[in-house]
Design a binder for this molecule. Structure first.
Ligand SMILES: C[S@@+](CC[C@H](N)C(=O)[O-])C[C@H]1O[C@@H](n2cnc3c(N)ncnc32)[C@H](O)[C@@H]1O
Length: 200
């Protein structure tokens, strides 16, 4: 699923994953200390805009220029500014020791790239910085309520613990929950949630 796929998916007036932040991000955002936040594979900007309304300086990265154009529009309607960066995460480096928070929701990347990005996340956080992630697990394939159909793009708690070694896990679990987010996520789903901190 390349940039052309996502540009076409986002070529609608409405927000494919809704305008409200992801529920896990909304519930855990208060853990992020003051400072800049990086939203990875941020799509149409629902999390970035929410975090900006909380006072963070937010940078949203995604390969889809159509998604990030909508993110800027959403920010404008909420009276906040966000920085957007159109980039393939394969070619984007996360500045080390910079981020008070890094957020990743449903960023289902090929395994080699996912491992590289997560290694960069660990290094990219400032001491005390917070990483928030939610993604579908392989059990999601039975639900058919959203997410990729390729098992290798899905994430497990065990895999994430390895990829994010070095962080302190405050929340780390797999669960089933109702994921109702726009037209893209439409019901009961199997997800993994991570709230983790880089040691001071
Ligand atoms: C399921 S959407 C989730 C969007 C957003 N995180 C959210 O939860 O609303 C997946 C997003 O990942 C982005 N993405 C996938 N692979 C990417 C890559 N290699 N580099 C940058 N963005 C990528 C897509 O463009 C798309 O916007």
């Amino acid at each position: 699923m390349d940039a052309a796929f996502w540009n076409s998916r986002y070529a609608i007036a409405s927000y494919y994953y809704g305008e409200s932040p992801n529920a896990f991000v909304a519930a855990t955002a208060s853990h992020i200390p003051a400072g800049p936040v990086l939203c990875l594979a941020e799509g149409e900007g629902r999390n970035a805009v929410h975090l900006a309304t909380l006072g963070h300086r937010v940078t949203a990265v995604d390969q889809s220029d159509a998604g990030l154009a909508k993110a800027r529009r959403l920010a404008a309607t909420r009276g906040v500014e966000i920085e957007t960066m159109v980039a393939d995460l394969a070619n984007h480096s996360i500045t080390p020791n910079m981020w008070a928070g890094i957020v990743s929701t449903f960023a289902h990347l090929p395994p080699a790239l996912r491992r590289k990005v997560h290694a960069d996340v660990v290094l990219g956080l400032r001491p005390g910085g917070i990483f928030i992630l939610e993604a579908y697990t392989p059990a999601q394939l039975a639900f058919g309520t959203g997410g990729p159909k390729s098992p290798e793009l899905l994430m497990t708690l065990a895999g994430l613990r390895e990829e994010l070694a070095g962080l302190e896990f405050l929340v780390a679990h797999e669960l089933e929950r109702d994921v109702i987010e726009g037209d893209g996520h439409i019901g009961r789903g199997a997800v993994v949630q991570i709230l983790a901190r880089r040691h001071e």
